[in-house]
Design a protein around this ligand. Structure first.
Ligand code: UD1
Ligand code: CA
Length: 468
């Protein structure tokens, strides 16, 4: 970062728009071992929200500057690469401030005429705001355009200081601001558009400064101004969008904002949500119209709920698909599939690999794991079904257990169509029950049961005279 510099020019044939996302910071204020960019928000690592918004801008390339726990952050970013024309990962080995992070991306910046800089910790920025920023930057031919916002409570943000005529003079960080400057309500969101040559020049002139002895990107504004550069801003009208996440308290605020957005989007398309304050739906979840979400519903990951379902009250579904007209009451389902017209719960637990057929019923205190439950089969009470295949129209009595584990290996239970399993039956796997079979209550079945057979495997009841 030498002081003297020649004006840099983008090489011939440079492309138009490059986006640089700063994600190298340690996130000290999060007080967490997880890198800030990977903290989950709406069910996804925080940084993926911004990447999704950036994609809509259709930039020629995106660079993410990583540093703290770079490997972890890069692993989360790599699957995103095919979604962009070009996604580059740049490492800032020592975190010496936002200005230094941008300097690390100089070779990338050189390839573009325009550079948009964003911070990974402002995940709620909307496409419209970034687009408006880009438009004002392009139309007014500014050297830099800032995305700013006017906040009632500007605490924690850099303040945008304007002159008497409204010109932007500088950005001052809170730690260095005078009492008068602290009273400014216009803040820097950390999103900027730069003309690439101006930014490259500025990178050479930034010095470490301020209370933290860091290279502040925000100093670029004053430096550009001192060189006669034109500086503008787009004031974001939606204060919710610009939330910068530095702490877990702010992460919870962002979660609330995002959740409200997600729920409002669902309500707009016809999903009834009785109490949005008590309903949590990840932004990655799909819910179809005419479905009703009761309070206490938590839908996570890649869950997909078809139309005309009732979910909740108090149900947790993660990566679970539910077909139309199904009901899930007070239940937990993870990595499960529920077909149409099924009734789950109250108090059922569907574990990984459970597939519940149409018109079937899984009832009170029943646990299903890695099992297929056929159409119109009922397991209504107090059962454990693991590693099993139950065909159609079977009735499983209360207290039935598939004994799938011999202490070393898991074994399979197969129950053919239209069988009737009496209450309190142990099915010691591997075992197959033929179709239309009936198993007497209280039996412990260790051998295959042929079709259309009654099997009873329990001691005969005996009657003796009572001792006097
Ligand atoms: C920054 C701005 C502030 C603005 C606020 C908006 C500066 C100096 N201040 O402050 O004006 O109001 O964002 O939310 O820019 N980062 C790196 N490498 C580093 C340091 C940070 O990549 O060496 C990344 C972080 O991972 C983060 C972003 O830059 O994504 C912003 O850093 P952070 O420390 O959170 O800056 P703020 O103090 O919030
Ligand atoms: Ca921040």
């Amino acid at each position: 970062m030498s002081k003297k510099s020649k004006p840099a020019r983008p090489p011939q044939g440079s492309q138009k728009l490059g986006v640089v996302i700063l994600a190298a910071g340690e996130g000290t204020r999060m007080k967490s071992s997880l890198p800030k960019a990977l903290h989950p928000l709406g069910g996804q690592p925080m940084i993926l929200h911004l990447l999704r918004t950036v994609r809509l801008l259709k930039p020629d390339a995106v660079a993410v500057v990583t540093g703290h726990e770079a490997k972890q952050v890069e692993a989360a970013l790599k699957p995103q690469a095919p979604l962009f024309k070009k996604l580059e990962l740049i490492c800032q080995t020592r975190q010496m401030g936002t200005g230094h992070a941008v300097t690390c991306a100089q070779n990338f910046i050189r390839c573009f005429e325009e550079i948009m800089i964003l911070c990974a910790d402002t995940p709620l920025l909307g496409f419209e705001s970034l687009w408006q920023l880009l438009q004002i930057f392009r139309n007014q031919k500014y050297q830099v355009a800032l995305l700013t916002a006017r906040l009632l409570n500007p605490r924690g943000y850099g303040r945008v200081i304007r002159g008497a005529t409204g010109d932007i003079l500088k950005i001052v960080e809170e730690l260095e601001a005078s009492p008068k400057e602290l009273n400014t309500h216009e803040i820097n969101t950390g999103a900027y558009c730069f003309q690439s040559p101006s930014l490259l020049n500025i990178c050479k002139t930034l010095t470490s400064s301020g209370a933290k002895k860091e290279y502040y990107l925000t100093d670029a504004v004053q430096l550009l101004r001192s060189q006669g550069g034109r500086i503008g801003a787009w004031i974001c009208p939606n204060a919710d969008e610009i939330l910068g996440i530095n702490s877990l308290i702010q992460l919870a605020q962002a979660e609330r904002i995002l959740s409200r957005r997600t729920l409002e989007n669902l309500m707009r398309i016809g999903v009834t949500i009785l109490d949005p304050m008590q309903t949590y739906v990840d932004s990655t979840v799909l819910v179809e119209p005419d479905t009703l979400l009761y309070p206490g519903t938590i839908l996570k990951g890649n869950s997909k709920i078809a139309s005309h379902c009732q979910i909740g009250p108090f149900s947790f579904l993660e990566n679970t698909q539910v077909g139309p007209h199904s009901v899930v009451l007070y239940s937990v389902a993870v990595e499960a599939r529920i077909a149409d017209h099924a009734i789950i719960g109250p108090f059922s637990h569907l574990r990984q690999g459970s597939s519940i057929g149409s018109y079937s019923k899984i009832g009170n205190f029943t646990e299903i794991k890695a099992s297929r439950i056929g159409r119109a089969t009922k397991v209504p009470h107090l059962a454990y079904i693991g590693d099993a295949e139950l065909e159609e129209e079977i009735n499983v009595g209360a207290g039935t257990i598939t004994c799938n584990y011999d202490g070393q290996q898991k074994h399979k239970t197969i129950i053919r169509a239209k069988s009737f399993i009496g209450s309190n039956v142990n099915l010691v796997a591997p075992v197959t029950i033929g179709h239309h079979a009936v198993i007497g209550a209280g039996s412990t079945i260790t051998e295959d049961v042929p079709p259309e057979t009654l099997a009873i495997a329990r001691p005969r009841q005996i009657h003796k005279p009572k001792k006097k």
